[in-house]
Design a binder for this molecule. Structure first.
Ligand SMILES: Nc1ncnc2c1ncn2[C@@H]1O[C@H](COP(=O)(O)OP(=O)(O)OP(=O)(O)O)[C@@H](O)[C@H]1O
Ligand SMILES: [Mg+2]
Length: 285
């Protein structure tokens, strides 16, 4: 490691002065503006009738990161997700997508914001009567009238290859003729065809065997690494959350009670969170 030793041969010199820098005082300094989060939620409350389902949610999701929303059933995870794409209006609070508050937007503007999102549902929700190739091509044929058949073909093949789906072998088959893990990957290839910047996954691994779960985890990481996609994953799967999450958001009765890393989750003193992770801790001790 001679590179570091070489530094010692540089004689000490007084720091160069720069009049322009000297003129900056704490009062005149302007902090460079940080780029907006992909998603930021501030003091979000939602009441249905007399029941408050979201009780002041605050969260920030960095662009290009993976956030996993964990929590028990009926705690408000799906309601939170629906606010992020403007399917529900909050009772109070704000939801910022790329820095833009979407809670006051009308239908047309919401449509524009929603085009930033891709969705991957639990059942993959593919069109069973179409081949896998046609499933991935579908959103492009519907929304990208500017693209030629050859351009669409190129993009479909790129996406299928990206998620380890051989377009020549698996493309002509129907969803019923491929495995559950492959169906999920076709679902994601279709969800990202229109180049969304954020993908929402509602319980992508629920009911899958461990190998398929692993493939889904890899696919989420691939979307992050190759396409720079921000992923928000609703899950019950602790192992998978620990594997893929840059940030875990634990929802309990409409509040986020843990926000952070695997270690933060395991160190939580919240009784429900402790109980939730107890099985995992016991298995992995
Ligand atoms: N449109 C609605 N009107 C009234 N109550 C609702 C509505 N949508 C959701 N709720 C209630 O809000 C609570 C939270 O529901 P939500 O679907 O967000 O739970 P969840 O955390 O996604 O649960 P799960 O893990 O079972 O999917 C539930 O008690 C549900 O009954
Ligand atoms: Mg739900």
């Amino acid at each position: 490691m001679t590179g570091f030793d070489d530094d010692k041969t540089v004689p000490d010199q007084p720091a160069p002065t720069n009049p322009a820098l000297d003129a900056i005082t704490p009062e005149t300094a302007v902090m460079p503006e940080r780029p907006p989060y992909a998603v930021e939620v501030k003091e979000l409350r939602k009441t249905f009738g007399t029941r408050e389902v979201l009780k002041g949610i605050n969260l920030q999701i960095e662009k290009g990161s993976v956030a996993v929303v964990l929590g028990g059933s009926g705690m408000g995870k799906s309601v939170l997700m629906k606010h992020m794409i403007g399917l529900l209006k909050p009772t109070s609070g704000s939801v910022l997508i790329d820095g833009e508050d979407i809670t006051k937007l009308g239908p047309l503007e919401l449509k524009r914001v929603r085009s930033k999102f891709g969705m991957v549902f639990q059942q993959a929700a593919l069109f069973d009567s179409m081949t896998n190739y046609d499933n991935v091509a579908f959103p492009l044929r519907e929304h990208r009238k500017d693209m030629s058949v050859a351009q669409i073909d190129e993009r479909v093949r790129y996406l299928m290859n990206l998620f380890s789906l051989d377009p020549d072998i698996l493309g002509p088959r129907f969803p019923s003729e491929i495995s559950g893990g492959q169906r999920k990957r076709v679902g994601l290839a279709r969800a990202v065809a229109l180049e969304p910047t954020i993908v929402l996954y509602d319980e992508p691994t629920t009911g899958l065997d461990p190998i398929t779960t692993d493939q889904v985890d890899e696919m989420i990481l691939q979307a992050k690494q190759s396409l720079g996609i921000t992923s928000i994953v609703i899950s019950h799967d602790i192992a998978s959350a620990f594997k893929i999450a840059d940030q875990i958001l634990f929802v309990f009765e409409g509040e986020i009670v843990v926000r952070g890393s695997k270690e933060d989750c395991l160190a939580s003193e919240h009784p429900f969170v402790k109980q939730f992770f107890a099985t995992w801790t016991a298995k992995n001790a």
